[in-house]
Design a protein around this ligand. Structure first.
Ligand code: GLU
Length: 478
C-alpha cells in the first residue's frame, strides 16, 4: 500500500511556523517513502475560515518548497480537497450512524447545556457527564421532532470503554473510559465538526499516516471511536512535539513572529527557515545542522523524532539564515540587498560590478538582507561620528601624518579625474606609509581606517575604499 500523508490546515489565519513544521514532516515522510503528500483544507468552521487564508497558505507552502501532490488547487483522485465541498458525504455518514444507533439527535438547548454543565461542576464531575440526556430517546420520536424542524445537534454515542493507540513517536497512549461523553458530530447549523470530518476524510482519502501537532493528541480518542463506527482501521499517528518560546510556554504571538508570512516579509531565505524548523523535533543522523531538505530521502524517518518540547529560538534561525546567505549565488545576494535598501538610496545608482563587489564585501557580515542597511554608512556617510574610539585613534601621534599624506594623495587622484581610489592606488599608499613614513602595525591599520572611513571597525579596507566615492573620502578627511 502506498504511503499517503496529509497536511490538513484550517484556513483561519496565516500559516503558523508550527504548521509549517508539521507540513514539512508530512512532506518528508511522504517523500522518503515515495508516497503522496496531500493538502486538505479543513474549513468547516464557516465563521473563522477565509478564502484569502487558504490562498495565502498554499502560497506560503510553495515558498517553503513543500509541494503537494494533491490538493484543492491542483485536484487529484480523492477530491474534493476542501471540507466545505464534502458536506454531503459527512451527512451521509452521520445519517447512517443515526440509522444504526451509533449516533442520535440531541435537543438540548443552549440554556439547558449551561445548566447541566453547572450541575456537573457542582458535583465535581466532568462537564460532559450529562450530555447524554437524549441518548435513549425513542428513535421514532427523535425522528419526528427532527422532521418538525426542532433545533438539534447529532451526538455520537460513546461506547464507553478504554481506548489505546500506538503513536509512532510517543509509544502507547491510553485514554480513560470517562474522558469524553457523547460528543457532537453535526452542529445545529448542519455543519459537521472537525473530529468527525477528519476521520471520514482520512479514511476515504486512504491516508496511511496522520502527522500533526501535539495539541490534537486528545482528539484522537474521539477519532478512534469514529474509525470503529465506520469499521475502518485507523492510520498510523504521530503527534509532533510542542514548539515553545524562551519561557517554555507554547509558542504564541507574544514570542514574536510566528507566521511564515512574517518571515517572508522580513525576506528570510525559505531554505534557512525550513532547515531550522526541520531540526525542531528531528535530528540528522550525522548530526548535521545545515542541509537541503530534499536530500533527506534516504535518511528521514521517525526514529529520530523527539517527543519533548522544542525550543524555538529566533537567534538560531538568524544563524541559519546567515549560513544560507554565505552560500547564496551572488546575483541573489545583490537582489536581496537591493530589496532591503530604500529606493531613493545612492546604492541603486551604482553599476552591477560595484554592487557585486559591495555585496561580496558584506556577505559574511549580515544575518538578514536588511542588516545591510546599517552597513551602508561605511561607504556613504560623509560626516564622522566622534565616538570615544575615533577620538582616541585621532589622538595618536601617527594619525595626523597619515591624514596629511592621504589628503595630498586623494587630491592627486581627484585631479587625475578619478571618482574613486583604485585597489592599486590603495596598496601604493599603504606601501608608502609603511616604507616611506615608517608607520606600522596598529597605528597604521587603525589610523588609516579612521582617517578614511571615520570608523574603527568594518570590512577589509583594501576592498571597501575602492567602493567609496572619492568625494565622500575627501569630506571625511576635512
Ligand atoms: N485542521 C486541523 C488543524 O489545523 C488539523 C488537525 C489534523 O491534522 O488532524 O489543526
Amino acid at each position: 500500500m502506498s504511503v499517503r500523508v496529509r497536511f490538513a490546515p484550517s484556513p483561519t489565519g496565516y500559516l503558523h511556523i508550527g504548521g509549517a513544521r508539521t507540513a514539512l514532516y508530512c512532506y518528508l515522510i511522504a517523500k522518503a517513502k515515495k508516497g503522496s503528500f496531500v493538502l486538505r483544507i479543513e474549513d468547516t468552521d464557516l465563521e473563522r475560515s477565509k478564502k484569502e487564508y487558504e490562498l495565502a497558505m498554499i502560497d506560503d507552502l510553495k515558498w517553503c518548497g513543500l509541494t503537494h501532490n494533491e490538493g484543492p488547487d491542483i485536484g487529484g483522485d480523492f477530491g474534493p480537497y476542501r471540507q466545505s465541498e464534502r458536506t454531503h458525504t459527512y451527512l451521509k455518514y452521520a445519517n447512517e450512524f443515526v440509522a444504526k444507533g451509533l449516533a442520535y439527535p440531541c435537543f438540548l438547548t443552549g440554556d439547558e447545556l449551561e445548566e447541566l454543565t453547572a450541575k456537573a461542576e457542582s458535583e465535581k464531575k466532568a462537564p460532559h457527564t450529562y450530555h447524554g440526556k437524549y441518548r435513549d430517546l425513542d428513535p421514532k420520536e427523535a425522528a419526528e421532532r427532527v422532521a418538525k424542524g426542532e433545533e438539534h445537534v447529532i451526538r455520537f454515542k460513546n461506547p464507553g470503554k478504554e481506548w489505546e493507540f500506538k503513536d509512532l513517536v510517543r509509544g502507547n497512549v491510553k485514554f480513560p473510559v470517562d474522558m469524553v461523553g457523547d460528543f457532537v458530530i453535526i452542529r445545529s447549523n448542519g455543519m459537521p465538526v472537525y473530529n468527525f470530518c477528519c476521520v471520514i476524510d482520512d479514511y476515504l482519502m486512504e491516508m496511511t499516516h496522520v502527522i500533526r501537532a501535539e495539541e490534537h493528541l486528545n482528539n484522537t480518542v474521539r477519532q478512534l471511536m469514529i474509525y470503529e463506527a465506520i469499521g475502518a482501521k485507523p492510520p498510523q499517528f504521530v503527534h509532533c512535539s510542542l514548539l515553545v518560546g524562551e519561557d517554555r510556554q507554547k509558542l504564541s504571538k507574544r514570542h514574536g513572529a510566528t507566521s511564515v508570512k512574517q518571515y517572508r516579509d522580513q525576506d528570510y531565505l525559505p531554505g534557512a527557515l525550513i532547515n531550522y524548523l526541520c531540526l525542531l523535533g528531528w535530528s540528522h543522523p550525522e548530526e548535521k545542522d545545515i542541509f537541503d531538505i530534499n536530500a533527506l530521502d534516504d535518511i528521514f524517518n521517525l526514529d529520530r523524532f523527539n517527543k519533548s518540547p522544542a525550543f524555538y529560538d529566533i537567534n538560531k534561525l538568524k544563524y541559519f539564515n546567515e549560513q544560507y546567505l554565505r552560500a547564496l549565488p551572488l546575483d541573489e545576494l545583490v537582489a536581496g540587498f537591493s530589496r532591503a535598501i530604500d529606493d531613493s538610496h545612492e546604492w541603486h545608482t551604482k553599476d552591477q560590478q560595484w554592487k557585486n563587489d559591495f555585496s561580496e564585501l558584506f556577505r559574511e557580515k549580515v544575518q538578514l538582507f536588511s542588516d545591510i542597511v546599517p552597513q551602508l554608512g561605511l561607504i556613504f556617510d560623509e560626516a564622522i561620528e566622534q565616538t570615544e574610539d575615533v577620538v582616541e585613534v585621532n589622538g595618536w601621534e601617527t594619525t595626523p601624518t597619515i591624514r596629511d599624506y592621504i589628503k595630498s594623495e586623494v587630491q592627486n587622484i581627484k585631479n587625475s579625474g578619478s571618482s574613486s581610489i583604485s585597489s592599486e592606488q590603495f596598496s601604493e599608499m599603504m606601501n608608502h606609509l609603511k616604507k616611506g613614513l615608517k608607520i606600522k602595525g596598529k597605528p597604521l591599520f587603525m589610523g588609516l581606517r579612521v582617517v578614511l572611513t571615520g570608523k574603527t571597525h568594518g570590512p577589509d579596507l583594501s576592498k571597501a575604499i575602492p567602493l567609496t566615492p572619492i568625494s565622500t573620502i575627501e569630506k571625511r578627511l576635512n
